[in-house]
Design a protein around this ligand. Structure first.
Ligand SMILES: [Zn+2]
Ligand SMILES: [Zn+2]
Length: 141
């Protein structure tokens, strides 16, 4: 049994040698060592650390793996922060629903149209008050 196995292995190697002569690159290309030896080294643009990359890659990175991971994390955080939640409310004035970003310091009760109208009327009121107030002011003396 064992002898037979060795003979089989021996036969396999003989066969392999023959095969390699016929088709040499097929078996060596699959070895990972051959791939890693083809890798080149590059300095990270951010931290200056050298990292290895495969020149056969479509996109050659400018940054090491750690920095690229950090960039991805920062990008994700930025996206999360820069994507304000939209809050939907019904306008107290006209009843129309409107949305506004959650980043607003004060949540509006009115839609943008009514807010404008409201602000305008407030301004008018304030101006009238001021002018009438000035008129009605009795002189101290
Ligand atoms: Zn780096
Ligand atoms: Zn409204």
């Amino acid at each position: 049994m064992h002898v037979k196995l060795i003979e089989i292995i021996k036969g396999f190697f003989h066969k392999k040698e023959k095969q390699e002569q016929e088709t040499p690159p097929a078996s060596s290309a699959q070895q990972p060592e051959a791939a890693s030896s083809a890798r080149l080294k590059k300095a990270c643009k951010k931290c200056g650390k050298t990292f290895s990359y495969d020149p056969s890659w479509d996109h050659i990175p400018n940054y090491c793996k750690e920095c690229r991971q950090q960039f991805a994390r920062e990008k994700e955080e930025k996206q999360r922060a820069g994507e304000p939640r939209k809050i939907k409310r019904k306008c107290r004035e006209c009843g129309k629903s409107f949305t506004f970003p959650s980043t607003l310091p004060h949540y509006p009760n009115y839609c943008s149209n009514c807010r404008k109208a409201h602000q305008a009327s407030m301004k008018a009121k304030y101006n009238r008050k001021k002018s009438t107030g000035g008129k009605n002011t009795e002189k101290a003396d």
